[in-house]
Structures are given as C-alpha cells and as structure tokens.
Design a protein around this ligand. Sequence first.
Ligand code: SF4
Length: 231
Amino acid sequence: MRVIGVIGPKKSGKTTLICDILKEINKNNINIAIIKHSYHDVNIDKEGTDSYKFKKYANTSILSDGNRTTFFYNKMDLSEILSKLDSDLVIIEGFKEQLRKLNIPKIVMINEEEGNELIDSHTLMVIKNMEYNIDDVVKNILEKSIVPTYNLNCGHCGYNCKEFVERVVKGDLSWDQCVISEGLEVIVNGKTIPLNPFVSNIVKNTIIGLLSSLKGVDNPESLTIKINKTL
Ligand code: SF4
C-alpha cells in the first residue's frame, strides 16, 4: 500500500483535485482509498440512532443496508487508520500535522496568498490557483507516493525515514528502496516491525510455499495471517 497527502487552505480545490486523480487513476484498475479529515462532527450516527447507542459501548459497530456497509470506530490517529486498510493507494485529504509526523509526501494546494506555509521538504508538488495538468499530477503520485514508514527509522535504506522521503520527493531515491515495500508487513501489538530484505524474503517465500499446497490458494496476490489471543 502506498500513500500520498493533499493539503491546502479552505476552497483551494483539494476535493476537486482528488476527484480528478481518481478518474484518471481508475483507468489503471488501481484499488484506491480516500481518508478525509473533517473539522466538524461527522453526523452520520446522530444521537438517538442505533449506531450511536452501540458506539457508546462497543469499539466498533457496523451498519449495513442493501447498498452500503459503514464501520464506526472510536477516534483513531492516522497511523491506526492506515493499518486497517489494504488498498493499493491511499489518498489523504487534510491531516497536515500527522502527515508531517509520519513523513508522508504531499501535494500542497495554495491560493493567491494563502497556503505557502504548508510547503516543506516532503512536498512533491505545489498547485497554485487550481492550475494543474492531471497527467503530471498522476505521474508524480505514481512515482513518489511511498509505503507508510511509520517512523520506524530502521536505517536499512541508509537514512532515517524523514530523510528517505525527502530524497524520494527530490527524485534521488525510489519509494521501493524502503524495506517495507518488500511486500511483507509484520504488525505486533498494533506496531509495524521492520524486517530487512533478506528476512523478509525468507518469511514471505516460506509462508507462500507452505500455503500454496492448500486447496483454494492459487497464486495469492495478498495474504493476511493474524495471530490473536482470544478472550
Ligand atoms: S528502510 Fe524504510 S523504514 Fe527503514 S529507515 Fe528507510 S524509510 Fe524508514
């Protein structure tokens, strides 16, 4: 999974840009998730509704009708939200402080005078007054979105995570030089554990080799194994 942020002041065109990106990227059959930060209460589960009552006592409640399924979780930070997703690409609108904290590269949208203070060393593109070429935007995203590094700072790429992302944004390094891009993510007690490429390949090949003999496991493209203590 790779991630990218889109930030900017109000009415700078973030949602319009994201919709244009979705239209363009969808042509490549890429599975995309959007995370949007809202400054207002999301009023789907209003006081008095069943989901509101359930949410008071359960960490997760799920509402499903004939067309949609909605999950209600308690408040989460951005890294917890990301750990729940398995899309190919995640576009995050807003969350400017958490993007900075997690070293997630971003597109910054600015108006005439507003938004310049948002530009930093993780900014891969600045769009002013909504003037952009969507092909350039998508090319940048496909080249420079990264796997979330969660500030692991394991050093396997030769840098810390912040420096690594700065170099990817500049075009000096490629996103797939981070060990997490090896395609194996080990999460222990909610925390991602970095594995070097050697260990990652051994574990990955062993698990795939063992499971491939099982009925129903044909050429797996993604695989999840969870080891949980039960109540
Ligand atoms: S290899 Fe990845 S997780 Fe490790 S320091 Fe580099 S960017 Fe961070």
